[in-house]
Write a protein that binds this ligand. Structure first.
Ligand code: FCX
Length: 440
């Protein structure tokens, strides 16, 4: 990470600061207007937030500095093994932070650095040991990440007054690297603990983060699992700034809360069923449906199940999206990965996921409520973890939580590098809205 930090200091930050100064000269330019519908509708579509790493288009889906998932997977450095074909989340993080594709050497050095910083301070180990074993792992993960704030370089330097505002990004960068290095350690400890396994995390500096994580949760000898996990972690990293986990990290960070506190808040947002928790809900939904369906079920039976589900007033987890109006390209990428694998495509649960992805859009269209009847990434991700033997559904959002850090922490570094202010949008009461409407 020393090279990345130096490049940020010498190249990327000066360039971006110059661009910001240029933009600020005509910052009264109008880029949109706000309607009452947007204020009361979860702020959909209001252009009011700065975000660098990725952009979400309703039709085309996510791009990372203009690159599609398919392009990223082709050009970003892969794992160190012969024949590894999936991009590494470290590579994705580099792209998100700098806008440029790293070399293999740069990524290997970053992986080694993350391995070096992976050990937890004793108080974090002790905190986890004292949490209820049946606490949801997202609650535990967020608590453990918040507790890392105790060792935050940013908080220390800020409170002792040893840094000026133009240097805030430096300790924010160091804390972010530390967080990225430690989040797999915390996740592995939570996973092993839930299974009654006590294991000290060992990270091999010659391996990437995903391989080390897989090794420490007992999946290290399965390269297909590691490859699937690399793709999973890379493609969940960033989804523009307005989603709940990204936005909450950015918002809390704007108060100059350190990266640990900020991301702890992001994780709590990710833990909601309309956001990241959908990953666990989908798998449970699929397992239940599979049990309910007759042995030689048809698409008609699946359709019936979906209607019964909707008539109970429930949302179909893994379907719909606040921005997307087409199938989620992250879903498509995981689907393509699965279709190429003999073992996954024969898995009866994956087959059901595949069938639901064809039947549910028709049912949801007829149901007539959701603006996007297509599958999102969560409808595919859990079944892959399940296929490789990770049956603990509560843990699925934790994996998402490891990944999202690779996207939102680079933005937090940029927030500090460009001296972004505390967020404080204007709120309105219903009376105030009515008054403004009648004055028009
Ligand atoms: N099943 C049934 N109804 C759905 C639905 C679904 N999958 N998706 C949306 N709807 C309903 C909404 O509940 C809403 O009903 P209401 O008017 O009675 O409140 C109506 O359709 C309009 O919602 P819409 O504008 O299409 O969607 P929103 O932007 O409000 O919400 C999410 C988007 C993703 C939250 C919504 O589609 C949903 O609840 N999906 C299921 C949960 C899920 O998969 N979440 C993961 C999303 C994502 F990929 C991620 O963050 O990880």
């Amino acid at each position: 990470s020393t090279e990345l930090k130096n490049l940020m200091r010498e190249k990327y930050i000066p360039n971006k600061r110059e661009q910001l100064t240029r933009i600020k000269k005509s910052s009264a330019s109008v880029i949109g207007q706000t309607t009452v519908e947007q204020v009361l509708g979860g702020m959909r579509g209001i252009r009011c937030m700065w975000w660098e790493g990725s952009e979400l288009d309703a039709e085309k889906g996510i791009t990372f500095h203009g690159k599609t998932i398919e392009e990223c997977n082709r050009i970003l450095p892969h794992g160190p093994e012969q024949g590894a074909t999936q991009m590494l989340p470290e590579s994705m993080m580099w792209l998100i932070m700098t806008g440029e594709v790293p070399t293999e050497k740069q990524v290997r050095a970053l992986s080694a650095d993350l391995a070096r910083h992976s050990a937890l301070p004793r108080h974090v180990d002790e905190l986890i040991d004292n949490l209820p074993k049946d606490m949801h792992p997202m609650t535990s993960l967020s608590a453990a990440i918040a507790s890392l704030s105790h060792n935050s370089v940013f908080s220390k330097q800020y409170s002792d007054g040893s840094i000026t505002k133009d240097k805030f990004w430096e300790p924010a960068f160091d804390d972010s690297i530390s967080l990225l290095a430690k989040i797999p350690t915390i996740a592995a400890k939570l996973y092993n603990r839930s299974k009654g396994v006590s294991k000290v995390y060992k990270a091999d500096e010659s391996k990437d983060v995903t391989w080390n994580f897989a090794e420490n949760i007992g999946f290290g000898d399965k390269l297909p699992f590691v490859e699937m996990m690399r793709l999973y972690l890379a493609l969940h990293a960033d989804h523009e700034g307005g989603n709940v986990s990204a936005h909450s990290t950015h918002l809390v960070g704007s108060a100059l809360s350190d990266p640990f506190l900020s991301y702890s808040a992001g994780l709590l947002g990710l833990a909601g069923p309309l956001h990241g928790l959908a990953a666990q809900d989908v798998l449970r939904f699929i397992l239940q449906m599979h049990q309910w369906l007759p042995k030689n079920y048809t698409e008609k039976d699946v359709e019936q199940y979906l209607w019964n589900w909707l008539k109970d007033g429930r949302v179909v987890p893994g379907y719909g999206h606040a921005v997307l109006r087409k199938p989620d390209p992250r879903f498509t990428a995981l689907h393509e990965f699965s279709s190429k694998s003999d073992s996954i495509s024969k898995d009866p649960h994956w087959k059901l996921v595949d069938i639901v992805s064809r039947v549910a859009p028709q049912v949801l269209k007829e149901h007539g409520k959701t603006k996007n009847p297509f599958p999102n990434v969560d409808s595919q991700s859990g079944v892959l973890l399940h296929h490789y033997g990770m049956k603990e559904t509560e843990f699925y959002t934790v994996i998402f939580g490891i990944s999202r850090a690779y996207g939102v922490l680079p933005q937090l570094v940029w927030d500090r590098a460009l001296g972004m202010p505390i967020e404080r949008p204007k709120s309105l009461s219903l009376n105030a809205i009515e008054k403004m409407m009648s004055a028009q």
